[in-house]
Design a protein around this ligand. Structure first.
Ligand SMILES: [Mn+2]
Length: 431
């Protein structure tokens, strides 16, 4: 198998840390054991947990104002794949990548698939892009794509999504994620119902092109680039569209795409109940769609979301198999470090949610004991599961201290030599 980091290096670094880890792990095992909890079950669950890395997340992000590229940034999908492999080799929990087209389009997808196979990386949901015009594009998305008043723009957007499915099939993916920036900036600019009707009509044509084993995931977003209204504004519009289109269409929840203080975990519960939860884009936010690192601001919210997901697993909810993906923008950190830390933070939320004593919680809920129900959740959340996550990485031959190993190899300096940048490359914000 192809690797970017020598396994012997990770092994040597792990040996330096193993004695301390084993001691912390044994102490936690003893503590959990007093409550009748077998730590090994949780370590096994941590080893199985995987979350996809977005190909676009490996480049330095930006704002609407500027972007400050890092040295050694990946210049194409093959180099992005190299960085994704680094993230997976160190974290042990990111064995798949979500590509974005046309950014990641190549002439020969079989070559790309062969390379990803050599890295042991799978391709998951393909993302279409109809929020910007491509060079030479004959008809514009300026006033929308799937909902554009012009048939020619709608047709182009439909064809692009069908093309994305075809690219994804060549890579072995099995879902299409559709987010559109369609909307309006002025009251009166757009007829709400007519725009939604045009969107649905376009999406019907994409849905008709889905292979039998594929799903389509709709991603809603409250604002930006349209600031007054967006066609798929919220989970309500999202689930309506998904229900209209059919059983292979589900909703995708991007944590940053809601108004501040929205109860996202309850939205997750509703989508689970109606078999419409397709997947997640994990990130964190303070004000809007900030795309901050997962769990960096609201780890309890992320835990509460996983509480709903684990609850659905526990109750063996029908048709429940959401895909997990990160979707972040890294403006001031090294994207590789942020994606490693974020993947582990999402994994942390999952393991903590697994620690919730479901039967006790249900009992408190039935007897309306609000205090004990709340404490039951807090009890699980307050367990420091760091030794479980580190032991899972150790057993997978990933790094006990992933950031420490990453910094020791000076990857960016190496990549700076291998990946010379075009000095005229764009420094604009959203690229
Ligand atoms: Mn997203």
């Amino acid at each position: 198998m192809l690797r970017r980091i020598e396994s012997s290096l990770i092994k040597d670094k792990n040996e330096e840390l193993y004695t301390d880890l084993k001691s912390d792990y044994d102490a936690l095992a003893e503590k959990l054991g007093r409550d009748g909890i077998d730590i090994e079950k949780f370590t096994e669950a941590a080893e199985k947990f995987q979350i996809a890395v977005p190909s676009w997340g490996t480049g330095t992000g930006g704002t609407r104002f500027a972007r400050f590229p890092l040295k050694g940034e990946p210049r194409n999908i093959f180099e992005k794949l190299e960085d994704c492999s680094v993230i997976n080799e160190l974290s042990g929990c990111t064995d798949s990548v979500s590509p974005h087209f046309p950014w990641d389009k190549v002439d020969d997808f079989s070559e790309l698939k062969q390379t990803s196979d050599e890295y042991g990386i799978k391709w998951v949901s393909v993302n279409s892009n109809t929020f910007q015009d491509q060079p030479g594009q004959e008809t514009s998305y300026k006033y929308g794509s799937m909902s554009n008043t012009q048939q020619s723009s709608r047709d182009l957007a439909i064809q692009h999504n069908l093309d994305c499915i075809e690219y994804g099939q060549q890579l072995g993916a099995n879902s299409l994620t559709v987010w559109v920036g369609d909307g309006s900036n002025h009251p009166g600019q757009q007829h709400f119902q007519k725009a939604f009707e045009r969107y649905l009509s376009s999406m019907e044509k994409v849905y008709a092109g889905l292979p039998s084993d594929w799903e389509m995931h709709i991603e809603h977003k409250m604002f930006e680039p349209a600031f007054y209204s967006t066609v798929i504004q919220d989970w309500g519009s999202n689930i309506l569209a998904a229900m209209h289109l059919g059983p292979k269409c589900k909703s995708l929840v991007d944590l940053g795409h809601h108004a501040p203080n929205t109860n996202i975990e309850m939205i997750v519960s509703r989508l689970i109940q109606f078999k419409k939860l397709g997947g997640f884009h994990f990130n964190d936010s303070k004000y809007g769609d900030d795309d901050l690192d997962s769990g960096s601001l609201h780890p309890y919210q992320q835990f509460l979301i996983f509480n709903e997901l684990v609850d659905a697993e526990y109750r063996q909810q029908a048709e429940f198999d959401p895909s997990y993906m990160l979707d972040q923008s890294h403006n001031v950190t090294d994207p590789i470090e942020s994606l490693i830390v974020s993947a582990i933070e999402v994994q942390r939320s999952y393991i903590k949610a697994l620690l919730v004593d479901r039967e006790s919680l249900y009992g408190y809920q039935e007897s309306n004991d609000a205090m004990m129900a709340s404490l039951e959740l807090k009890k699980a959340f307050n367990v420091d599961v760091t030794p479980i996550l580190a032991m899972a990485r150790y057993r997978q031959s990933a790094a006990i201290n992933p950031i420490g190993v990453y910094r020791s190899i000076d990857y960016r300096t190496r990549m700076d030599k291998d990946r010379p940048r075009d000095p005229n490359a764009s420094g604009s914000g959203i690229v």
